[in-house]
Design a protein around this ligand. Structure first.
Ligand code: NAP
Length: 249
């Protein structure tokens, strides 16, 4: 049993990060501090120490690691949060501490799925056919790109309102996951959706929309995940705990 707790920086913003913080905080060997970007107004409570707001790039994150005596970084940010993941790797290397990643697996395409994979949100905007009634669930940060297409009808769902006011003919649904298959099927039928646009987030809480699209025979424009620098990665909280235990052994 070590005589002091290991200070671990958890880069949060996901449900898995919250569960990981709880698991680490409940173990005397670890002293987690979870960092949030500060973009969500009412985040779910997190066990253990927390902090909020950007670090000021990789250099700021390196300073934080050193000044807070962080001994291990676990990047548990969203699969589409590419900047913080790249900064985590750079800053950890420079500060001389290990960096691990917790990242849930992407959704796989099954029989009956009609997916058009696209590399980024800009390509997703272009891939929507003229006249479509598009159900867009890419989050509020990039939604303005879809609103700018004057030749489609956008039904956008997000947790918090978009920064910019949507155009008069667009619809914004504010709702927090999880959603059931029945809810998703009903919503898509009621709104006469002709195409679903989503990021391949991989969360079980948001997967039902993809299943509903398949059941309704609707095409899906699926934004693929951005590339991230390679570090030891686990897909589950228990998996990353194993990596932590191996890295301190
Ligand atoms: P991003 O592009 O990777 O990061 C943008 C900037 O936000 C970073 O450079 C950093 O600022 C700050 N930041 C991001 N995550 C942070 C964290 N955990 N702690 C402190 N600062 C953080 O990220 P994003 O796509 O804007 O996402 C922002 C947050 O929302 C992340 O926590 C992410 O996990 C979560 N999220 C993102 C998505 C998505 O689709 N992108 C979806 C759900 C949740 P500095 O450079 O100043 O340090």
């Amino acid at each position: 049993m070590p005589n002091k707790s290991i200070r671990i920086l958890v880069l949060g913003g996901t449900e898995e990060a919250r569960l990981l913080a709880s698991r680490l905080d409940g173990d005397d060997r670890y002293a987690p501090v979870t960092s949030l970007a500060g973009v969500t107004q009412d985040p779910e409570p997190i066990d253990g120490e927390t902090r909020s707001g950007g670090f000021g790039g990789a250099a700021g994150l390196e300073d934080f690691i050193k000044s807070e005596a962080v001994e291990l970084v676990i990047d548990a940010a969203h699969p589409f949060a590419a900047t913080i993941s790249a900064n985590a790797v750079k800053a950890s290397e420079r500060a001389g501490v290990a960096c691990l990643r917790l990242e849930r697996p992407p959704w796989g395409k099954g029989a009956g799925d009609n997916w058009t994979p696209v590399p980024d949100v800009e390509q997703a905007v272009r891939a929507i056919p003229e006249g479509a009634r598009a159900f867009v669930t890419v989050g509020r940060q990039e939604i303005a790109l879809f609103f700018a297409r004057g030749d489609i009808h956008v039904i956008a769902r997000m947790i918090e309102p978009p920064v910019e006011l949507p155009p008069a003919d667009a619809e914004v649904i504010l709702a927090r996951p999880p959603f059931t298959l029945a809810q998703e099927r009903n919503l898509m039928a009621e709104k006469k959706i002709s195409v679903l646009v989503t990021k391949n987030a991989g969360s079980a809480a948001t997967r039902p929309k993809v299943d509903a699209a398949r059941e309704l025979g609707l095409p899906v424009i699926m934004v693929s995940r951005p590339g991230k620098p390679t570090v030891p990665t686990a897909q589950t909280v228990e998996g990353v705990i194993d990596l932590v235990e191996r890295s301190i052994a």
